[in-house]
Design a protein around this ligand. Structure first.
Ligand code: NAD
Length: 369
């Protein structure tokens, strides 16, 4: 679809970096949906073997594929880059974007460890560039709808939020003779919590309207699951506004009850329990009139029907045009990624971690939170 709009002179121009597993999502669900706002001019992947697939999936011409981001930036003047390389490669892409005066849309997590997160933050901040982290799940239609119901105040303030992703997707790995390593993706609790649960941590911030104060986490595998990397995580957080939250993540359950984009989230408000389950919102209450015992709510609609990554990119463009700094800017995301890294540390040391103190360790006392 974007090809039809290639000549739109008011469109911004961008380069996409990274043609791995998740690039199919970008090619099918992101780039076509932003065609009226931004035009893809080049695709980069350091692995020349993906060239043919990249050209096909992204509807590019051969000359538009590069194996080096610097060369792509030298040959194409663009307004921003979209980064879908492994977390360990995010910082080098950010460095080049800053060098060439581009804004950045970067896949979560910001980086593969908190040292790199802090360096990226300081460099982006000093450069004045704008950077968005793609916490797309918070911007899905169901989560936006639940957030709107909470903030309407109709049922009073929340005091507890529980979130669940319960999936069977990684059970088959146990049958492989060798589990393939993923270069540039962290392993262990960091990989699990910063790579996956970070979405839930961010959603807990969205639903409570607060940053994370303290986190306690545990990651593990069932006895029968012999693969080294943990696939289950339990993250408990006390938020700065006093709301308690728990998130449960598993990729090795016997069945997928709540997969990506079909989360279960229960919000205990003063006058009702709000439940999002597989994209349906139910409300139950024993508080008496005027609160019904049971109600259902339709999901929100948007005229432009933009959600997830496309909505994040629209927000970046509005921000560039003088709008307010949106949710999921690098600044906004700092508490989510710090809470995720602190949760990984908690899982390793077995103790609760204060997220403010944890963050300060990486900012030399000048933490921006
Ligand atoms: N938002 C979401 O819901 C979501 C879901 C899945 C993955 N992700 C994120 O997307 C990113 C990519 O994940 P993936 O599973 O596609 O990874 P992947 O390992 O499958 O693919 C990464 C690609 O980047 C390329 N690459 C690595 N370093 C590079 C460099 N310096 N320059 C150019 N190309 C480089 C590799 O050759 C590979 O083709 C990660 O940050 C991941 O966390 C986000």
């Amino acid at each position: 679809m974007y090809k039809e709009n290639c000549n739109m002179s008011d469109n911004l121009h961008f380069i996409h970096v990274g043609v791995g597993h998740f690039s199919n999502w970008w090619a099918d669900n992101v780039i076509p949906n932003i065609s009226g706002m931004a035009t893809l001019v080049a695709v980069v992947d350091m692995n020349p073997a993906v060239k043919e697939r990249a050209i096909k999936r992204f509807c590019m011409e051969e000359r538009q594929f590069y194996t080096d981001l610097r060369e792509a930036l030298e040959k194409n003047k663009v307004d921003f880059i979209t980064v879908a390389t492994p977390p360990a490669a995010h910082e080098s892409a950010v460095d080049l974007a800053i060098r060439f005066g581009c804004d950045i849309v970067c896949e979560k997590p910001v980086a593969d460890d908190m040292e790199s997160v802090a360096r990226i933050y300081k460099k982006v901040n000093a450069s004045g560039r704008k950077m968005i982290i793609t916490m797309n799940n918070r911007f899905s239609q169901d989560k936006q709808s639940l957030e709107a119901l909470i903030t309407s105040g109709k049922y009073g303030p929340p005091h507890f939020v529980y979130g669940k992703l319960s999936m069977s997707s990684d059970r088959l790995l146990a049958q492989l003779p060798i589990v393939p390593t993923r270069p540039g993706h962290a392993a262990g609790p960091v990989g699990l919590i910063c790579g996956a649960s970070v979405h839930q941590i961010d959603i807990m911030r969205q639903m409570t309207g607060s940053k994370v104060k303290t986190v306690y986490a545990s990651t593990w595998n069932p006895d029968w699951y012999k693969i080294k990397d943990d696939k289950l995580a339990l993250v408990m957080m006390v938020m700065e506004n006093g709301v308690r939250t728990v998130c449960e993540y598993s990729a090795v359950n016997a069945a997928t009850a709540n997969g990506w984009r079909n989360d279960y989230i229960r919000v205990e408000c003063r006058d009702a329990t709000l439940i999002l389950d597989n994209r349906k919102i139910h409300v139950i209450s024993d508080a008496g009139l005027p609160f019904e015992k049971y109600a259902e709510y339709d999901l929100l609609k948007r005229d432009d029907n933009l959600w997830e990554h496309a909505l994040l990119i629209k927000n970046l463009i509005d921000w560039r045009n003088g709008g307010n700094e949106p949710d999921c800017s690098l600044y906004d995301n700092l508490n989510s990624i710090a809470a995720a890294c602190a949760a990984a540390e908690s899982s390793i040391c077995g103790e609760a971690v204060d997220v403010g103190q944890y963050t300060a360790r990486f900012f030399g006392g000048n933490q921006p939170l």
